[in-house]
Design a protein around this ligand. Structure first.
Ligand SMILES: N[C@@H](CCC(=O)N[C@@H](CS)C(=O)NCC(=O)O)C(=O)O
Ligand SMILES: [Fe+2]
Length: 248
């Protein structure tokens, strides 16, 4: 039975990840997207998983999370980086914290720079073939790219330090699973990104900061709606005081 599923929302080019402990079927879902709620529930059901944690890598600017709604539907607990001002998340994660599912652990690594609170999550899964090491990098490290640093407490120098001092110190064969890919790629490795990532490889910290400043990317269309919604885990107060999904 598969223990890892990578799911994709093609409107926002966002990856959602389902990690399952083989023995107990306890599971973690990382970065769910509101419009994919039914799909995610179906995958959880089909795989026999039982969600115990739903974790956010940061307060996304480009789509709305379904974390709050899915937690209410499944009984899972929510976890978010303590520096992201996602107040309803039950566990406010700091660097080094772990989320346990069955005999597995997901370890939070603070990788600020895209946003000040951004976390990556490391899963070292013991398998019959050895250890499968995967890092879920949110929008810190993307495949041949990185998160932008021009809004939401972003800081290019801080992101450079997270990339070079933290993520690139992981073993070469660590598989890199980002929060987005805009070009159809699904996975990379730390070794490949350290060697060839076109934003970081061969650049000094100062050169990286200057390059990030010159990107002039268009503002995400949903940012003014998405960030406050995501800081409530995608829930809003309904007329009777109950919390309901943002778009409901
Ligand atoms: N076109 C997208 C914006 C995508 C975007 O800006 N993505 C952010 C992640 S929140 C990013 O860091 N992108 C990295 C890049 O474009 O290099 C939208 O309108 O939502
Ligand atoms: Fe982001």
């Amino acid at each position: 039975m598969q223990t890892f599923h990578q799911l994709f929302d093609d409107v926002s080019s966002t990856f959602t990840y389902l990690l399952i402990d083989a023995a107990t079927r306890e599971a973690v879902l990382i970065d769910p997207v509101d419009r994919q709620c039914e799909r995610d529930l179906a995958v959880v059901k089909e795989t026999g998983a039982r969600l115990v944690w739903i974790a956010e890598t940061h307060a996304h600017a480009d789509h709305i999370t379904s974390a709050g709604h899915l937690a209410a539907l499944t009984g899972a607990s929510t976890a978010a980086p303590s520096g992201c001002d996602i107040k309803p998340a039950r566990k406010q994660l700091i660097d080094g914290d772990t989320l346990t599912f069955g005999s597995q652990q997901l370890r939070a690594m603070h990788t600020p720079g895209h946003t000040a609170g951004s976390m990556s999550y490391l899963w070292e899964e013991s398998t019959a073939g050895g250890i499968a090491r995967r890092i879920f990098t949110g929008d810190a490290l993307l495949i041949d790219g990185c998160g932008r640093t021009d809004f939401q407490s972003g800081d290019a120098g801080t992101l450079f330090d997270s990339l070079t001092q933290k993520l690139f110190r992981l073993p070469d064969d660590t598989q890199v699973y980002p929060a987005h890919d805009y070009k159809g790629r699904t996975v990379s490795t730390i070794g490949a990104e350290r060697a060839t990532n076109s934003r970081v490889a061969g650049r000094s910290r100062e050169e990286f900061i200057a390059m990030m400043r010159s990107l002039n990317l268009p503002r995400p269309k949903l940012i003014d709606i998405a960030v406050p919604a995501n800081q409530q885990l995608g829930l809003v107060s309904g007329r009777d005081g109950a919390t309901v999904p943002h778009g409901a």
